[in-house]
Design a protein around this ligand. Structure first.
Ligand code: GLC
Length: 475
């Protein structure tokens, strides 16, 4: 079958978070399973865009109300990613270094969606499935169904995958005229709480809704930033599918970004070498257990709890542990984390920013990874960590609940229930004791390392849903 993934992010072209990793990996496995798979993202001004060759396969003009934006569709020439990657180039809107955070984000992503559909319809070949991801592509199922100019695509089946239901892409009805003309009797599909809510539109109009873990599907019935009742209503066409990870990129035995390669057979030596390199780089002590955090520094991820939890844990343990933080986000959290450097020199450090190579080294060289998330639709870091022999310490929520089981229940990690400083510190205490009991520590670590989180099996679950919606319209 021919599948399109349309998304705001796709690793390695453009990454802010886990969305990119998923859209960069799932298509590859779907292609390996015998499908024709194409991924479409905006042509941001990123390193990948600059360093790779693209050919122009289509051009046109997006009409957004009174604005006209010329666009081109660029295809990555080599298909080296394992699927066909297409970029929608609209220089005025996307030739910028960042992916999000501009005043005209609504105009940017609306133009992206319209240009993508203008191109797809111009190919004269109707795809079987369009899989949208998050709110940036939420209007596509609506436009396909109701916009006059996409009439020939109205039978294309759509799925929307929700990686994060907190962000919804709202805009006012004053911008309704941006949309291609459609029969106004369907305007109700656009509305949620008196505005146009891109995510809600996608959820209402798509043939299937998927979330990135089964537990997250349960959670959004009572915690979805205002869309709870909608998610309840569409429950019969929804499914939670746990993300996989790209085990080719995330492989401690072959990873070129780490200091020493290793497998479950020789992890002790391999991890120690990585830890030494990491500790040297960040002025930490490799003899002590190393707790790391990698991610965006926002409340959603429990980032606001990190400064206090780190300070408390470091003082309770008389500086017998190391803590290392890699991330960026809320500037207040960032500055608290930076201040801590002075108080716990030699046992604590922080790197503000995003650095893929460093992230790999941290997974390889740490003993524990902290994930105190308030909301975690799936979470990939705990899976990367486990694959690299690093034990996850997680708050039981969303995908973390589905992938990490407390070692007290013979599991692969350490779990707590509250997103609170007290719960994090309690878990760190347990982790310190576990670290001293090497036999048990290694048992827990090996459980994580030997788990199979690959996309191969998961990818089939998506195909099953596509088949169901092709055959019977809904799942
Ligand atoms: C978002 C979610 C994260 C999930 C990722 C990929 O970033 O916050 O939990 O793992 O998307 O689906």
């Amino acid at each position: 079958m021919e599948i399109f993934h349309i998304s705001a992010e796709c690793y390695p072209m453009a990454k802010v978070g886990g969305l990119a990793d998923v859209v960069g990996a799932l298509p590859k496995y779907q292609k390996n399973a015998g499908n024709e798979v194409r991924v479409v993202v905006p042509a941001y001004d990123t390193k990948f865009r600059k360093e790779n060759d693209f050919e122009c396969v289509h051009w046109g003009t997006v009409k957004l109300g009174n604005f006209n934006f010329p666009f081109s569709v660029l295809k990555e020439c080599t298909d080296k990613l394992g699927y066909e990657l297409y970029l929608i180039e609209i220089n005025e809107l996307f030739n910028r270094p960042n992916i999000y955070g501009y005043e005209d984000d609504i105009e940017r992503f609306l133009s992206f969606q319209i240009a993508a559909l203008d191109w797809i319809i111009a190919r004269n070949k109707v795809p079987d499935i369009i899989n949208c991801h998050d709110h940036h592509t939420g209007l596509i199922p609506f436009l396909l169904k109701f916009a006059y100019k996409y009439e020939n695509l109205k039978d294309v089946k759509t799925a929307i995958t929700i990686h994060n239901g907190l962000y919804q892409g709202w805009f006012g009805f004053d911008k309704l005229y941006y949309l291609p003309e459609f029969d106004l009797k369907h305007v109700g599909f656009l509305e949620w709480n008196n505005s146009i809510n891109s995510l809600a539109v996608g959820v209402k109009c798509a043939n299937a809704v998927t979330t990135v873990s089964p537990s997250y599907l349960d959670e959004i019935n009572y915690n979805a930033n205002g869309l709870e009742s909608l998610f309840n209503t569409v429950r019969n066409k929804s499914k939670g599918i746990l993300n996989g990870i790209d085990i080719e990129i995330w492989n401690p035995l072959k990873d070129p970004m780490i200091a020493a390669n290793y497998s479950i057979e020789n992890f002790e030596i391999g991890k120690q070498k990585n830890k030494e390199k990491l500790c040297e780089q960040f002025d930490l002590d490799p003899a002590k257990p190393l707790f790391s955090f990698i991610g965006r520094l926002f409340e959603e991820k429990g980032g606001d709890l990190l400064p206090q939890a780190s300070a408390l844990a470091l003082s309770e343990h008389f500086e017998d542990i190391n803590i290392l933080i890699l991330g960026s986000g809320n500037s207040e959290i960032e500055s608290h984390l930076i201040q801590l450097r002075n108080d716990y020199k030699g046992n604590y450090n922080v790197f503000i920013g995003y650095n893929e190579d460093l992230a790999h080294l941290i997974y390889a060289g740490s003993d524990y990874i902290l994930m105190p998330s308030r909301v975690e639709p799936c979470g990939l870091n705990q899976m990367y960590a486990m694959r690299y022999g690093t034990i996850p310490i997680v708050r039981r929520t969303g995908g973390l609940r589905d992938t990490v089981i407390d070692f007290g229940d013979d599991g692969n990690g350490i779990c707590h229930d509250q997103a609170s400083v007290a719960d994090i510190c309690y878990s760190i205490n347990r982790a310190v004791r576990l670290y001293e009991d090497k036999l048990n520590f290694n048992k827990v670590l090996k459980k994580g390392m030997s788990a199979d989180h690959s996309w191969e099996s998961v990818c089939q679950e998506y195909i099953e849903i596509y088949n169901l919606i092709i055959q019977q319209n809904e799942i």
